[in-house]
Design a protein. Structure first.
Length: 243
């Protein structure tokens, strides 16, 4: 059964990293097929990593950024992905090419005007009960949106830059993104992830550079610390929400 990622490590490139990711409490890994990323892997490597991850009990997300329809088809057909993560300016109509695979849609949060407009359009297409102008008068096709991933603004690389999103703008939860699970990304490390969870009350966290010794190479020590601190943050959030 698919679960919304709670502790997700993105930009995995090394098969040898996967076993200790699973042992550390990570539940989902992101495999990056964006050619401009420092953590890019080709489709042969992506398939190898995804299938090994599945044998270890990890969920897998293929990370794409503004892909053409054929690229989505090629990636989606590689293996049984749990998620496709769309990390660019993709409109919800692109979901028709995603073969029913649940979508993690990335949006930025840096305080720029209108930066949640894209999220509004995705939510309008994903949840028919939402009455928004963004839905327009055309077809209300239902996408397979699983959750939003809120990251720092990084138009070239999409993510993995180590820049922080604006946590202060995420709680109280902006009305534009209420009612859908939110994964927080952007500059998260073992030192700040607990505070980030408590401050934003996110449903999951995602990091790439925050647990690396070099791009694409994950550090056992940093992964373990990140997972422990994330779990502490989620526990504290639950305790604080109880009367």
């Amino acid at each position: 059964m698919i679960s919304i990622p709670r502790i997700k490590i993105c930009g995995v490139t090394q098969p040898s990293d996967l076993e200790y990711l699973a042992q550390s409490g990570v539940d989902t890994v992101g495999i990056n097929v964006v050619s401009t990323s420092r953590r890019f892997v080709d489709l042969v490597r992506a398939k190898e990593l995804a299938e090994l991850a599945k044998t270890l009990g990890l969920q897998t997300a293929a990370v794409l950024m503004n892909p053409a329809a054929q690229q989505i088809t090629d990636v989606a057909s590689l293996t049984e992905w749990d998620f496709l993560q769309l990390h660019g300016s993709e409109e919800p109509e692109i979901a028709q090419h995603c073969q029913g695979i649940p979508i993690i849609k990335a949006v930025s949060c840096n305080g720029r005007p209108g930066e949640f407009d894209l999220a509004i359009r995705w939510l309008a297409r994903s949840y028919p009960s939402r009455k928004t102008e963004a839905a327009g008068s055309g077809s209300r096709a239902i996408s397979t949106l699983a959750c939003l991933l809120v990251d720092a603004y990084a138009p070239v690389h999409g993510g993995g830059t180590g820049q922080l999103a604006r946590w202060d703008l995420l709680w109280p939860r902006p009305p534009q993104i209420v009612g859908v699970p939110m994964i927080l990304a952007g500059g998260l490390t073992p030192d700040n992830v607990c505070s980030a969870i408590i401050q934003t009350r996110c449903d999951g966290v995602d990091t790439a550079s925050g647990v690396e010794s070099s791009p694409g190479h994950k550090s056992r020590k940093l992964v373990a610390g990140f997972s422990q601190q994330a779990q502490a943050g989620f526990s504290a959030t639950v305790q604080n929400s109880n009367p």
